[in-house]
Design a protein around this ligand. Structure first.
Ligand code: AMP
Length: 229
């Protein structure tokens, strides 16, 4: 889906799909580094807005803390705004968007002339997700997911490591329900496309990364050969 950009023939747009705790952020971070694509995490954008106390942040705080989704209109506007910035012109990695069919339809419109949209769905069993989220810590300053060897401070910026407010067990269960109801239907929305791949996310991160890389290379090859994606 999406014609190649005349001034940016290698453009590739990536969507990381999957439930909370599937490893989307970790893999998006790696892709962003190796492929030199901006990582766009809507969760990070919202958490920054909450911390900065902007009007979007004030409106989103309660909904996020309850584990529910922010309205489609506001999310679509945030992402459109971000994709319009020059660094996203030749591709991007989206982490946490789209989360509803309405958002996915809007994204298709946004990238219609911007190269293929590669959708990587990370599959992880629910009990593993719950365990991962219960022990997850993030940096209070830069938002990075803590690596296993970081004790109390962030290995990137030195910020203090904290538990996310929405990683408490009750909220995690709510977020998983919201995922099943509103986001899982996106697998069906995308799965017939040649640029869709399902990836087993219940493995060590390096093995997952190898599959992510292979899926991206296959899509790039196909686009380079002029296959309609
Ligand atoms: P995440 O860091 O991706 O788990 O997102 C944290 C929270 O931000 C979610 O539980 C939602 O409340 C909100 N959020 C992030 N992305 C979206 C989105 N695309 N649509 C609606 N709400 C979102």
């Amino acid at each position: 889906m999406g014609a190649l950009k005349a001034d940016c023939p290698g453009a590739i747009n990536v969507v990381m799909l999957g439930p909370p705790g599937a490893g989307k952020g970790t893999q998006a971070e790696r892709l962003s580094r190796t492929r030199k694509l901006p990582k766009i995490s809507t969760g990070d954008i919202l958490r920054e807005a909450v911390q900065a106390g902007t009007s979007v942040g004030r409106a989103a705080k309660e909904t996020m803390e309850a584990g529910n989704l922010i309205g489609d209109d506001i999310m679509i506007a945030i992402v459109q705004d971000r994709l319009d910035r020059p660094d996203a012109h030749c591709g991007f990695v989206l982490d946490g968007f789209p989360r509803t069919v309405v958002q996915a339809t809007a994204l298709d419109r946004m990238v219609a002339d911007s190269g293929p949209l590669v959708v990587l769905d990370m599959a992880v069993p629910e009990d593993v997700l719950v365990r991962r989220l219960a022990t997850r810590r993030i940096c209070s300053k830069c938002g990075a997911n803590a690596a296993p060897d970081w004790k109390t401070t962030c290995g990137k910026c030195g910020g203090a490591l904290v538990t996310r407010v929405d990683d408490g067990i009750e909220i995690v269960r709510e977020r998983l329900k919201v995922y099943l109801r509103q986001t899982k239907p996106l697998v069906e929305y995308y799965s017939a496309r040649p640029t869709f791949s399902s990836i087993d996310g219940n493995r060590p991160p390096d093995l997952v990364t190898a599959d992510v890389d292979a899926a991206l290379d296959a899509a790039k090859d196909a686009a380079g050969r002029g296959v309609a994606l």
